[in-house]
Design a protein around this ligand. Sequence first.
Ligand code: CA2
Length: 141
Amino acid sequence: MKLLVINGPNLNMLGLREPELYGKNDYAALCELIKKACEGIEYEIYQSNHEGDIVDKIQQSYGKVDAIVINPAAYTHTSVAILDALKAVSIPTVEVHLTDISQREEFRKHSFVSLYAEKTIAGHGFDGYREAIEYLKEKYN
Ligand code: CA2
């Protein structure tokens, strides 16, 4: 099984600002957690601040990747393009958010990606990634 983890804009800045929201651990620590959770399977972690690059990455996964974990970050709330790319490749996907977006500003409450993702995990911090990976391993490995 090959799993792709996609992280959207600014997640590479974790730990530098807003620790009360996103925690004090940095992006390298998140990648370490993902690495441990992916023990026994092939995986890749991809981070980009650019919507089109994320769309390209999803398209390139067609026929090569068995499952996707995605935190689209701010693009969650704006990107029909990322939603359409996920629909186009039809790869099983779990959406993850560090924070509970349903309890934040109005503009964060809607997620385009949720319209495709088979599961959304929000508000569990870094652990949400572990939960998403375990769910996909259990179901598709
Ligand atoms: O809760 C989440 O995981 C989010 O996807 C995080 C995004 C936010 O735009 C979404 O609404 C919810 C933000 C990504 C990281 O932003 C940072 C901001 C300051 C310092 C470090 C990271």
